[in-house]
Design a protein around this ligand. Sequence first.
Ligand code: ADP
Length: 585
Amino acid sequence: MSTPVAVSGLHLIRAIARPHLRTLLLGLALALAGSATSLATPMVTKWILDSLGASASLAGPITALAVLLVVGAAIWICEWILLGTLGERVVRSARESMVRRFLRATVPGITRRSPGELVARVTSDTVLLREAVASSLVGLANGVVMLVGTLVLMAVLDLVLLATTVAAVIVVVVLFAVLMPAIATAQERAQEHLGRLGGVLETALRAIRTVKASRAEERQAAGILAHADASMRHSVRAVRREAVAWTISWAGIQTAIILILGVGAWRVGAGLLEVSTLIAFLLYAFGLMEPIMELSQNLTALQAGIAAARRIAQVEQLEQEDTGSAQPGTTAPQGATGAVLELRDVVAAYGPEQAPAVDGVDLVVPARGHTAIVGPSGAGKSTLFALLLRFLEPRRGEILLAGRPYREQTPDEVRARLAYLEQETPVVPGTVRDNLRFTHPDASEDELRAALERVRLLDVVSALDGGLDAPLSSSSLSGGQRQRIALARALVRTPDVLLLDEATAQVDGLTEAAVHDAIREQARLGAVVTVAHRLSTVVDADMIVVMEDGRVRARGRHEELLASDELYRGLVEALRIGPQLAPAG
Ligand code: ADP
């Protein structure tokens, strides 16, 4: 179920910051204390100068200055470490939440988005979040206090000089208020294009062989770099505006300082102002840029963080698989038919507006035996598997596993009784052992060996450098042998149902024979359902289901269907001359 996340600004950041409120408040207290030491420094400087003029002892003010320095430094380091650690925690927990959600999302939900984009959310957007949550909130509060504090202390020193400063400060603040939103928008666009760049780059790299074979390197690069260009364009726009804002501010403050000097010198000359006051005032004026800088930088970071939080919230809305406890069933387990799987008038589609990919299918898979599904491309065979594996929920109808409806069980419960062999990417990264243990991490050495034996790979694997611990990526196993490793993985603990989407690619005779025998043996122990692409697999099946346009068109054994079904005859003919070398049957 998706969590309703209202997609709007600050409250997303607030929600992320809430669990860390105490740390943030402590950070703010430290920041304010640090600022207080900076604010006090010009006043102590004035004290030293006054003491000099009055020939009084300098011990007091100099000690105060030293204490301010040490305390300020200690506060600074504490604040830095505290907020830095908090930032990393925020990144960590955002990453955890996203990674878990991605892996728990429904298959259609996750495959609709580009993996590169999802990766960018976890790797780069979380970093933007860190700045926004850890430093911006504290920085903004501190910046405001610092600015107000500086102005107040200036007022205490001299109101006339303050008037000249305030004009400059107002100009600077207004300038930032006008330019900041545009800067933030430009930065946000730049980041968006960066995400898209990640998406298309990932797709291109995945298809690198096709890209090269089609001599499309240049065209692909141009397409991908268009996003880099767009990102740069927006970033440059942001930089230009920032440069303008900063330069004008700097010039404004410098002008104010010159004015302060001029007006101050005149007032000192007229005996209206002490030199020490003028110096202290100038020190404040020089420091004025700091809170303004802090405010603007943190505003930018906060806006970038809000944009990142929005993108994160969007992917967090990915529809999740229902992992909650399912309703206990009232149906008696294992129907009288002895069927392990049963589909009753199942209709399924890939979207509310899309035509059904599986349309009114009734199917009974007996607890023992081999059921082969055949049909032309687009007939709905993969969709049927997606339904059985619960990657897709039916729009209508019911699927039962051992007599219990799917909806009374969690996806986990259903999948625990199934083993699935994908057509493509049959191996996972890691060693042979990692692959074999992928479904059952607690499988014993004997179980692994038995599974290898069943696909006739035990000798081959034992001869590998490292045996079961040989990494599959660099080992000398052929494509066919890798497929058998994947099959062995599915056979490690005899599943109730083995769902096997047969590879369409040509395999060696040894692999074909091993797979064939393994299927036959498995069919004696449990149910095997194959999406069959080899004649030998089809011929051998106890029942063949012919699908067309999402419906079951015919069912029966090979000879019956050969005699009765025209489509089947055509399919068999294609298999005979297709990937098949030696016609079987
Ligand atoms: P088969 O495996 O028999 O080739 P599929 O089950 O893949 O057939 O496809 C059945 C129908 O569903 C086809 O019309 C196909 O276009 C459609 N389809 C398959 N996968 C998707 C998807 N992810 N999104 C939308 N439509 C899909």
